[in-house]
Design a protein around this ligand. Structure first.
Ligand SMILES: Cc1cc2nc3c(=O)[nH]c(=O)nc-3n(C[C@H](O)[C@H](O)[C@H](O)COP(=O)(O)OP(=O)(O)OC[C@H]3O[C@@H](n4cnc5c(N)ncnc54)[C@H](O)[C@@H]3O)c2cc1C
Length: 425
């Protein structure tokens, strides 16, 4: 393990994360070389009376890590695939690109998200909404066990049989309960998928969204879709249909939506391997940048919501994109004992990304959406730590508070999306 304090050569290289909205100045930085370094970092933070912040990639940075011991797990990228049991075991620095490639050799896939450079552990602890979530559930629903170093520096395994309260909280409650040193999760038999994007003139946005809000309610669980108003790098803003279908009938299933959209500017749907499909549906990974993301959830999408989306995604908008996405399917059918991931009963989300924390277009959009929204959010898609609580149902939040009191009564893990051990009212 290498330790850095302010002023040391290397400190600046390690203190920032992918989200450059925050110029964090941690009190100490511990760069782990092996998982054995993790309990040492926890004990060091305790000795210095510092809170502990964990960072694999910094994609999930939602507040500065000032004054904390920042534990970097970036180098711990191990990925082991057990094709017989269909499970993956990953180190805390592994990113989805590592898993996608390794699992594809066996015709298997994990429930990866939009960008392959996102960390598997941070994503999964927050729930994790994948291009295959309507088909197989939240990424957290596939977790089998987690090796954890607790706030006391004790190493243990959490699973359905061992420390079940901790295991429950880890499957959606974020990084509040311990440092995960190894995560084991189920893979799914996904060799090839219909996937990609098609692009249309932005002027068709309202009409296509109006068809989407009806059509999506009947899409099969094998189909996962979103509509985006997006400006490709260097290009003019367009309307995009994104689809990911686990089956070979994707184009037929999408038929009514494609017909409503009319002739495309470009059509890049194709059957692909899972890693290629992921890349084709997401586009290129974004480099580190300032980023503020807002997400609102909806049971239905009235015209007012569609108009707000179209306005926020207008050609001269500063937003990177505005996305309307349909959920449900397997996400809404949790297995008994499933964790607190997400709001399982919502049909749609509207998500928008601004190129920095202060953005009046994003504020205006949120103001117009809120009166129609459920008030809930998805933890991984939320960059405002003042709204953390909205990521959970009230009973799940109350239970998370109880688990937090057991495993981290001093709120040692309090940077980022925090669940306080104080009584939830
Ligand atoms: C470009 C982009 C695309 C994204 N796409 C999706 C998507 O499709 N679906 C989706 O659901 N989310 C998506 N996200 C959100 C992403 O899932 C979260 O930002 C997630 O927190 C990232 O995890 P990370 O490890 O990469 O980030 P980090 O910033 O390194 O970690 C985020 C948080 O996770 C916790 N954490 C990380 N590692 C550990 C550990 N070993 N032990 C305990 N806690 C830990 C900590 O609380 C940490 O603050 C995206 C984010 C970006 C920026």
């Amino acid at each position: 393990m290498t330790m850095f304090k302010p002023g040391d050569p290397g400190y600046d290289e390690h203190r920032l994360g992918w989200n450059r909205s925050f110029a964090s100045h941690p009190a100490l930085i511990a760069v782990a070389a092996t998982t054995d370094d993790i309990p040492i970092a926890v004990r060091t933070a305790r000795e210095h009376d510092l809170p502990l912040a964990v960072q694999a990639t910094g994609h999930g940075l939602v507040s500065p890590t000032d004054g904390a011991l920042l534990l970097k797990t970036t180098a711990l990228t191990s990925v082991e695939i057990d094709p017989r049991r269909r499970v993956a075991r990953v180190g805390p620095g592994a990113v989805w690109a590592d898993v996608n490639r390794a699992a594809a050799r066996y015709g298997l896939a994990g429930l990866a998200g939009r960008c392959r450079s996102v960390g598997v552990t941070g994503y999964t602890l927050g729930g994790g909404q994948s291009w295959l979530s309507r088909t197989y559930g939240f990424a957290a629903d596939s977790v089998v066990s987690a090796d954890v170093v607790t706030a006391e520096g004790v190493a243990l395994t959490a699973s359905a049989e061992q420390h079940p309260d901790l295991f429950w909280a880890l499957r959606g409650g974020g990084g509040n309960f311990g440092v995960v040193t190894s995560l084991e999760f189920r893979l799914h038999p996904v060799a090839r998928v219909f996937s990609g994007m098609s692009f249309y003139p932005i002027e068709r946005a309202f009409d296509v969204l109006a068809v989407y809000r009806e059509w999506a309610l009947d899409e099969p669980e094998a189909m996962n879709t979103a509509i985006l108003l997006i400006r490709p790098p260097g290009g003019r803003r367009v309307l995009a249909i994104r689809a990911f279908h686990h089956g070979d009938e994707g184009r037929r299933v999408l038929g009514p939506l494609l017909e409503a959209a009319g002739p495309p500017l470009a059509d890049a749907f194709a059957m692909r391997s899972f890693p290629d499909a992921s890349d084709a549906t997401n586009g290129p990974d974004a480099p580190p940048m300032p980023n503020r993301q807002e997400v609102e959830l909806f049971h239905e999408l009235p015209d007012d919501v569609l108009s707000a989306v179209v306005e926020a995604g207008a050609p001269d908008s500063p937003l990177a994109f505005v996305e309307v996405r349909h959920w449900g399917g397997a996400m809404a059918r949790p297995a008994p004992g499933a964790g607190p991931a997400g709001h399982r009963d919502v049909s749609f989300s509207v998500m928008a990304v601004a190129p920095g924390p202060a953005d009046s277009t994003l504020d205006r959009l949120v103001g117009r959406l809120r009166p129609h929204a459920t008030g809930g959010s998805f933890l991984t898609l939320l960059t405002d730590p003042a709204r953390t609580r909205t990521a959970f149902t009230a009973p799940n939040h109350a239970r998370l508070t109880t688990v937090k009191r057991t495993w981290d009564p001093t709120n040692f893990f309090r940077t980022g999306h925090n669940i306080s051990p104080e009584a939830s009212s």
